[in-house]
Design a protein around this ligand. Structure first.
Ligand code: DLL
Length: 435
């Protein structure tokens, strides 16, 4: 028996979905035009009025919205309703410049939690489950989003937040948690810590994990699934569009269904802004369809992926997005070559290394330097320096064949690279400091 949280909409026909989207987009565009002067100005500059938008097909007439717009409009410029109608804010970590702050009405929160509930049910969750939420609680959307979804499904919710790994493990064991929600890097760390404490994968009661908020490769999925004895599901979202649950994976584990009754997705060429046909790789753009507090039309996510409407064996009909293959702004250009951190992770894990690594890029004497520090697994250790050096050379060759450029490899002892409890910091690009 297949399980869905909202079966009618999750398995609706394409025609039904399109009908819902067409009805909602007309209302949403008018709502934004009437309530958000910042976006109304952008529309007027482009010579578009709400009457021009009769269906989602017409969406391409609308101007894009970017993170720069969000910064410029900070804090209230994109607010869609009176503050008195809003019940919460969330915010991005905002390492540079101003933060992005998103506003929610109670209806927005309800819909967001439904989206997260769909993800939990797709991962096999029911009201019999114990759901351990170790995404950060607070301004970050991860904790609250999955927490709300877990309540809606009726799981016993463990509101752990991130960190304090010993306590996480104690509750996981004592409360017999069955579903784990956290970043994939933290899941890997929990798996590693469990093994160190002498637990085998079958000693815990976990059956599934719902991991997202950062890029992770298929190789990393395999490692986590083995170390925890679970099935690992991807979940995607961003603060601007509410948080986790914009898209989620089903049992097929071949991409994430986008909740198309609430978000309309487009793929564009990041350089020209041209809308690309289905199956093309490009930048993901979202339009909210029924937001009140923080409605966004044609928001450029900078995440690079591919959309597919191929029939899914789970019975869900909503379009699927591949795992984001990196962000257009986290692609590094090193000595003229485009390098994505996900390519590096794929090579490391395929070659038998751990997911504990750091990429350091710098510029010396006008030339880019490119170093990868990676922990070797205990079994790989040899006290002969030449053995370790030859392993570094092998890994360098494997990197060169994937990337077209050979980094300097530094094999470092287990436990020397700092573990992450939230989003892992994989890249240190010191060139930015010199610019
Ligand atoms: O990371 C929301 C979230 C929380 C998603 C918990 C999933 C689970 P932000 O902090 O605003 O929001 O970061 C959003 O993180 O544009 C992607 O670049 C990246 N990201 C999110 N999910 C994934 C994923 C949350 N599953 C940014 N795979 C997005 C790869 C992801 N990258």
């Amino acid at each position: 028996m297949k399980h869905y949280y909202q079966p009618e909409i999750e398995t609706a026909s394409r025609e039904e979905i399109l009908k819902i989207q067409n009805e909602k987009i007309v209302k949403q565009v008018k709502y934004v035009y009437d309530h958000v002067p910042y976006y109304r100005n952008l529309m007027e500059e482009k010579g578009v009025s709400p009457e021009d938008i009769k269906s989602v097909e017409d969406i391409r007439k609308l101007p894009f919205l970017t993170k720069d717009d969000l910064r410029e409009a900070y804090p209230y410029g994109l607010l869609g309703t009176d503050l008195k109608n809003c019940v919460r804010i969330h915010s991005t970590s905002g390492t540079t410049g101003k933060r992005v702050v998103a506003f929610y009405t109670q209806k927005d929160i309800d819909i967001w939690e439904d989206c997260c509930a769909r993800a939990i049910v797709a991962a096999g969750g029911t009201d019999e489950d114990v759901c351990q939420v170790c995404y950060g609680y607070g301004l970050f959307t991860g904790g609250s989003g999955l927490h709300g979804g877990s309540h809606k499904v009726g799981c016993l919710t463990l509101p752990m937040s991130s960190g304090n790994t010993d306590r996480q493990i104690q509750f996981m064991m004592d409360m017999q948690a069955t579903i784990l929600c956290c970043t994939p890097s933290y899941a890997a760390f929990i798996g590693e810590t469990l093994a160190e404490k002498g637990y085998k994968p079958e000693d815990n009661k976990l059956k599934a994990g719902i991991f997202g908020a950062e890029p992770w490769t298929e190789e990393m999925r395999k490692g986590i699934e083995e170390s925890l004895g679970i099935k690992a599901y991807d979940i995607y979202g961003l603060t601007e569009t509410s948080g986790p649950g914009v898209a989620f994976e089903c049992e097929e584990q071949t991409g994430m269904h986008i909740n198309e009754d609430h978000f309309y997705a487009e793929i564009i060429d990041p350089d020209t802004g041209e809308v690309l046909p289905e199956g093309s790789k490009g930048e993901l753009v979202f339009t909210s369809l029924d937001k009140e507090g923080f409605p966004l039309l044609r928001y450029r996510t900078k995440d690079i992926c591919i959309l597919s409407r191929k029939k899914c064996s789970c019975g869900r009909t909503h379009v699927k997005m591949t795992k984001p293959m990196g962000r257009s702004d986290d692609m590094m250009i090193i000595r003229g070559v485009n390098v994505f951190p996900s390519q590096i992770e794929t090579v490391l894990l395929k070659e038998g290394y751990t997911p504990n690594y750091q990429i350091v890029v710098d510029r010396k004497n006008n030339t880019d330097t490119f170093d990868i520090f990676v922990e070797f697994p205990k079994e790989m250790f040899s006290d002969k320096i030449s053995d370790m050096q030859s392993k570094e050379q092998d890994l360098k060759a494997a990197m060169r064949s994937m990337l077209g450029i050979g980094p300097k490899i530094h094999l470092v002892a287990p436990k020397t690279i700092q573990r992450s409890e939230g989003k892992a910091v994989r890249v240190i690009d010191k060139r930015k400091l010199h610019d």
